[in-house]
Ligand binder design. Structure first.
Ligand SMILES: Cc1cc2nc3c(=O)[nH]c(=O)nc-3n(C[C@H](O)[C@H](O)[C@H](O)COP(=O)(O)OP(=O)(O)OC[C@H]3O[C@@H](n4cnc5c(N)ncnc54)[C@H](O)[C@@H]3O)c2cc1C
Length: 506
């Protein structure tokens, strides 16, 4: 691979700037961090507390990124349990936590990363508190999403749903900060508290500063970045390393088309604070970094509340069930988007039906006094829907679901008219999503090439890399911010300890 000399106007994430092209270094630091969301703030703290000088560039006019839009849920447990888990009677064994996280990472979960996370999650929780993030120890049972009450512990994944509950003892692990009364939600609080700490440790922050490209030498060692700020193109030297914390690529239509074309029909529901254009991933690729799991999205739907919807059943356009409806909505949404055909319905009877929230954009498509009427009105092939409901009801009456193993507490016989089919078609109902694919890294943040070799001086954390969360169907809420903050810290620490690239620099 060669780094080509080129004119200033051609600096783009996909073309690294050759070291020999750098006219002068306008700024210098041991570590340069790109992006000021949760991962960037944690990376800056990790590097600065290990003694490195840190410069951080953020394209927006303030800190936050997509992290500040988040509810702030962080997935924590193991080692006997956090104080919130223990005080509410949940003992969380590290091996259960590890097994669950391996499932939650999907078929290519990163065992080394999951092991490190499982063994260090309790310490990480303490560290978050030491940075000034407050947590209560209260538990909200049942199916809740970002309640905004300041309560802490929630069931935020598939822990109690089949098949997960058979492989790891179920335990709630979503931990929300006490952000009730604070401006913005829990995610805003997390970034602000981490940002305050990073700046108190001396991080030199530049807003309205877009990193355009990496600076690399002929051996592809990274020496710094090209950055555009105040109408000028500047060259910032990173003596020890550059950490890419620039988020995912949900706003980059070309990258979506290339890697995740199935997302294009959901494109209006992309979740982003405005700069998830994949620039960090492209920068990593420009020097040979491998990008993995680029087709995987986190996608969800506002299927509940009301939680009585969980007692309904979901069918595709052939009138067939395809998932246990008590699973995490991310798993359900992923399965909905993967069905053949584009029509998905929630079937409910008078006893279970409650109007879904307006946000969900779920619409009642057919109502009838019998399931046969609903079947006709919604346009299913004769007998298909009626058969599905009959099979489901027969087993539900015995407290069983031999097809998908929905837990007994969510099983209800759907036999009280009127009956309804509620449309929740991908592309019409609200299916918010963001990307999970990104640069391949070691848990230490070192960016790896296609052969698995590290690229000297280059690190990545958060959704610029493929970390703990890397599978739509298995995701649990809290995995992304947990990954951003713990592995952001570690990337900062590793970069700070790396050898200075002085002998190569001019
Ligand atoms: C509504 C919502 C709720 C969520 N709730 C949760 C939750 O409760 N728990 C959870 O774990 N996850 C949650 N998530 C997901 C989680 O918030 C994100 O995956 C995570 O915050 C990503 O963090 P990050 O630091 O990688 O990226 P970001 O927070 O997006 O930070 C990246 C930063 O880099 C900047 N940047 C990008 N390119 C450049 C460039 N070239 N030069 C300079 N700066 C650049 C961006 O402006 C941005 O500020 C939620 C997401 C959304 C949208």
């Amino acid at each position: 691979m060669s780094i080509q000399p080129h004119a200033e106007s051609t600096y783009t994430p996909s073309h690294a700037c050759a070291l020999s092209d750098v006219p002068q270094w306008d700024l210098e630091a041991d570590v340069v961090v790109v992006g000021y969301g949760a991962a960037g703030a944690a990376a800056a703290i990790g590097a600065a507390s290990a003694g490195a000088s840190v410069t951080l560039f953020e394209v927006a006019s303030g800190r936050g990124g997509t992290s500040a839009m988040a509810g702030g849920d962080i997935y924590l447990g193991g080692n006997g349990g956090t104080s919130a888990q223990r005080e509410n009677g949940f003992e969380d064994d590290t091996e259960d936590f590890y097994r669950y996280m391996m499932m939650a990472g999907g078929p290519d979960a990163d065992a080394a990363r999951v092991r490190f996370y499982a063994e260090n999650a309790l310490d990480h929780h303490r560290w978050l508190q030491e940075q000034g993030i407050p947590y209560r120890t209260t538990h909200l049972p049942g199916k809740v999403m970002a309640p905004g009450t300041g309560d802490c512990l929630i069931w935020s994944g598939n822990e109690a749903a089949w098949p997960f509950r058979e492989r790891a003892k179920p335990c709630p692990r979503g931990h929300l900060p006490d952000a009730a009364g604070a401006l913005g939600g829990g995610g805003r609080m997390i970034v602000d508290r981490l940002g305050d700490r990073a700046e108190a440790l001396g991080t030199d922050v530049h807003f309205d500063a877009r990193v355009l490209a990496l600076v690399a030498d002929e051996e592809r060692r990274i020496h710094g970045v090209v950055v555009r700020s105040e109408g000028q193109t500047r060259f910032a030297r990173a003596r020890r390393g550059v950490i890419l914390c620039s988020g995912g690529f949900v706003l980059n239509e070309d990258m979506l088309r290339l890697h995740a074309p199935q997302s294009l029909r959901l494109a209006d529901d992309a979740l982003s604070a405005g700069h998830d254009d994949g620039s960090g991933i492209l920068m990593g690729q420009s020097v040979g970094g491998a990008a993995i799991h680029m087709d995987e999205l986190f996608v969800t739907l506002a299927f509940y509340p009301p939680s009585s919807n969980v007692k309904g059943i979901l069918v595709n356009e052939r009138g067939q069930r395809f998932v246990n409806e008590d699973a995490y909505p991310g798993r359900i949404a992923a399965q909905c988007t993967r069905q053949i055909g584009n029509r998905i319905f929630l079937l409910a009877d008078h006893a279970t039906f409650e109007q879904p929230s307006e946000l969900s954009r779920m619409e009642v498509a057919a109502v009838g006094g019998t399931w046969a009427e609903v079947e006709r009105e919604a346009g299913f092939v004769e007998g298909t829907l009626v058969h599905t409901v009959e099979v489901f009801n027969r087993h539900a009456a015995r407290g069983e679901d031999p097809l998908f193993h929905k837990a007994e507490e969510w099983l209800a016989v759907l036999d009280e008219p009127p009956f309804a089919a509620v449309a929740m078609h991908p592309g019409e109902a609200f299916y918010p999503f963001f990307t999970l694919g990104g640069l391949r890294t070691r848990p230490t943040g070192e960016v790896l090439d296609l052969e698995g070799e590290p690229i000297a001086g280059l690190y990545a954390a958060g959704r610029a890399c493929s970390g703990l969360p890397r599978s739509a169907e298995f995701y649990s809420s809290g995995m992304s911010l947990g990954d951003c903050t713990l592995f952001g810290r570690l990337a900062g620490h590793t970069a700070a300890g790396a050898a200075a690239n002085g002998e190569n620099a001019r």
